[in-house]
Design a protein around this ligand. Structure first.
Ligand SMILES: [Zn+2]
Length: 388
């Protein structure tokens, strides 16, 4: 089935103005003004978008697809994400991971959840591992998991500078990083080590030491939650000059704290390299606050919807839409070597997000299939009830 989208205002993410898009076989087949319709007899759906914004489907590179949490007892284990939680958030590519709980959760279950979501047109991939070292794996080592399991692309989120970390030594850390890097070379996958950073004073010190003392390329290390406190944020701004990409978490806005949108805008205003910045949601993960003794004070749950919330915030603060899109589209796609993702281009995957002028998700096409129309899902997972 062909699909012809008429009169879209395209941000690819670069602004390309008012164009038509032809989709075929799950790919973008043509982009241009006044594209001629396919010959009579060719099956083609035509949709008039009347100047609606079309941007790449979002790439969420840190989401607990199979659920996270459990840090305040088994009753706080977050359930697996439903299809509509991702489609309403405009996400067409999600990379799922395990966090603190590597005991009651498994890579096999995460993999099955990702495979299930992919059934509907999403691209759902996985990390192997979790907070712990040695990493929890499917086949016995992180290297084999990436080398042999198609959907597994990287290692993470391995925890550093956090009371929930398994406190890896330097040698243990770089051994895991080397497994990720070499498996990436063998397969063309991301092959990186995605690192959960806590509030600990050691911050990014182990990563800096790895850059100083090993041959591992800087792209191997991808620290996340770097905006969780100001000293870590300062370290993150510094380490990008050494070639490391860092990941901002779209934490829920909290009074008195800079928002993810403000941090993104400040990053650009400071002249820092925007291509070294990704932003992810921590969807399905718990966002706990602990006291100095490691006792839980309160807990929130992350959502992929935080990505569009941060995008709207950044644009409201004056960041051009094409720049605000980069950390949630092209930048993670490039870092994770996801060719054909994070951009709208001829030959790229037909993953398109339609936004209204308030930057709310109105439509979503994943792999050439509609998942969202008029802001509402048109496809539901088998275990979620359509509203009404
Ligand atoms: Zn984390």
């Amino acid at each position: 089935m062909l699909m012809l989208l008429r009169d879209a205002e395209l941000y690819a993410p670069e602004p390309l103005g008012r164009v038509d898009l032809l989709l075929a076989g799950g790919k973008v087949a043509a982009i241009g003004r006044d594209l001629s319709a396919p010959p009579p007899g060719w099956p083609c759906q035509e949709h008039h978008l009347d100047g609606a914004l079309v941007v790449p489907g979002l790439v969420d590179c840190h989401t607990h697809l199979d659920g996270g949490g459990g840090e305040a007892g088994a009753h706080t284990r977050v359930p697996a994400l439903q299809l509509s939680q991702l489609s309403r958030a405009g996400v067409t590519t999600a990379i799922g991971l395990l966090g603190t709980d590597c005991s009651t959760r498994s890579i096999a279950s995460l993999l099955a959840t990702a495979r299930g979501l992919s059934h509907f047109g999403l691209t759902a991939l996985c990390y192997t591992g979790g907070y712990r070292v040695p990493p929890l794996t499917l086949l016995g080592s992180a290297r084999e998991d990436i080398a042999l399991v198609d959907r597994i692309v990287a290692v993470g989120e391995l925890a550093l500078s956090d009371h929930r970390s398994s406190q890896p030594t330097f040698d243990e850390l770089v051994r895991v990083a080397s497994d990720a890097h070499v498996a990436g070379l063998m397969t063309g996958k991301a092959g990186l080590l995605h690192l959960h950073l806590g509030d600990g004073a050691r911050g990014l010190s182990l990563i800096r030491r790895a850059l100083d003392e090993t041959e591992l390329p800087p792209r191997t290390f991808h620290p996340t939650h770097v905006n969780r406190n100001r000293s870590l944020w300062a370290e993150a701004q510094d380490i990008v000059s050494r070639g490391v990409s860092v990941d901002l978490t779209a934490f829920p806005d909290a009074t008195g704290e800079p928002t993810a949108a403000e941090d993104l805008v400040a990053w650009v205003a400071a002249g820092l390299p925007l291509d070294r910045l990704t932003m992810s949601s921590d969807g399905g993960g718990c966002l706990p606050d602990f006291d100095a003794q490691g006792e839980l004070l309160r807990m929130d749950v992350g959502s992929s919807a935080a990505l569009l919330h941060a995008l709207r915030g950044a644009v409201a603060l004056g960041l051009p839409l094409d720049q605000a899109l980069l950390p949630i589209t092209l930048n993670p796609a490039r870092l994770f070597r996801l060719h054909g993702k994070g951009q709208v281009a001829v030959g790229a995957d037909a993953d398109l997000l339609l936004l209204d002028r308030d930057l709310q998700a109105r439509g979503l096409i994943a792999g050439g299939r509609w998942l969202l129309k008029e802001g509402e899902p048109v496809v539901w997972g088998p275990f979620e009830a359509p509203a009404g």
